[in-house]
Design a binder for this molecule. Structure first.
Ligand code: IMP
Ligand code: MG
Length: 335
């Protein structure tokens, strides 16, 4: 297998594409040295380990690999109680680092998020990420290094990552949410408080654009969205239930709205993110006979047809296909 030192994982649409699952597969298969989480607590990444489900809001999804160093990026926002809870749950205390300059979400931010007139109608997750980012822009936010409870984790992750790349280590930059929730490129004003694109993920982690080897864009076989805002081709909840596409949010428990895969949008977002590789998740929700398949030969014709269509319509090779919730329910086409 090709050694790929630095990969950015980016969600294609409105989040919940299954990035957590793809990252957990890569953590196990590619023996990642570093996994760097960007963004914040509003995004939940679902990871399954021995039948146990983890909805991770703060700890990087590659925790499944016990040798991977887990980092929280300088551009990220830390919700301390949730982080400490997850550290205990995942038992990653000895290998988690929080960048000294990450900013911190305080209780008042969640309160402001839930009550603020600005956010009314957008349907934010209510974690306080937007108000915390506002404070950072005003330069009144507190940084991770100022909090005694974070002292055991505080590090200069930017040096760790860049020195690691110099030494040929494998680094995965874990994007959160999806490109259509980007503050700049998404369905404004129904977006999150930051750019969620591949360049922004690298920027939050402190990695220059020339150091990125692959941009892996994650598509789900159908589209979902939580919160308000446009969703082209949206179907009703009844229809979603019938098709097996109905989901609830891993983070907030809200119903996810759904729509069929949009090939034109998929092509556009691949281009803007400079995607070099694609993953397609939940193929088994589209075509139940694909469930648990780990080779292309095990797929029914319509499953193969869908993957081929994604490749031709986006121009990006599909390298990973998700066929079930387990980290290893993946068809790996990288060789
Ligand atoms: P905020 O990020 O909490 O400010 O919410 C802004 C919008 O982004 C709302 O529509 C949320 O539902 C949506 N959103 C934020 N994070 C995620 C995520 O991880 N997955 C899906 N939607 C998200
Ligand atoms: Mg999610």
């Amino acid at each position: 297998m090709k050694i790929v030192p630095c990969t950015v994982i980016v969600g294609a649409f409105w989040g919940d594409e299954g990035k957590g699952k793809i990252i957990s597969y890569l953590a196990l298969k590619d023996k990642l040295d570093f996994c760097v989480r960007t963004g914040s607590v509003n995004a939940a990444h679902t990871v399954w380990k021995n039948g146990q489900k983890f909805a991770l809001h703060m700890v990087p999804a590659a925790f499944l690999n016990e040798k991977t160093r887990l980092l929280i990026a300088a551009g990220a926002n830390v919700q301390i109680p949730r982080l400490l809870e997850e550290v205990e749950l995942t038992k990653v205390e000895g290998r988690l680092g929080v960048d000294q300059n990450a900013s911190v979400i305080e209780e008042k931010h969640a309160f402001q998020d839930k009550t603020s007139a600005v956010n009314r109608g957008i349907g934010t997750t209510g974690w306080g990420v937007g108000p915390a980012l506002e404070e950072r822009v005003r330069r009144t936010a507190k940084l991770a290094k100022e909090f005694p409870e974070l002292q055991p984790f505080i590090t200069d992750s930017v040096s760790e990552i860049n020195d690691g790349l110099d030494a040929g280590k494998k680094v995965l930059l874990e994007g959160t949410q999806g490109f259509m929730l980007s503050l700049y490129f998404g369905t404004y004003p129904y977006v999150t408080g930051r750019d969620t694109g591949a360049s922004a993920i690298a920027s939050e982690a402190g990695v220059g654009p020339t150091r990125i080897d692959e941009v892996l864009i994650v598509y789900k076989s159908f589209i979902t969205r939580v919160g308000a805002g446009p969703l082209p081709g949206e179907i009703t909840k009844e229809e979603a239930l019938k098709r097996g596409w109905f989901e609830t949010a891993a983070g907030t428990g809200r119903d996810r709205r759904s729509a069929p895969f949009d090939f034109d949008l998929a092509r556009k977002v691949a281009k803007i993110n400079g995607a070099t590789q694609a993953a397609v998740t939940k193929l088994d929700s589209m075509f139940p006979a694909c469930r648990g398949a780990r080779t292309m030969d095990a797929l029914p014709k319509d499953g193969i047809g869908f993957i081929k269509r994604v490749e031709t319509r986006t121009g990006v090779p599909v390298v990973l296909v998700g066929t079930g919730p387990d980290a290893l329910d993946v068809i790996d086409l990288r060789d």
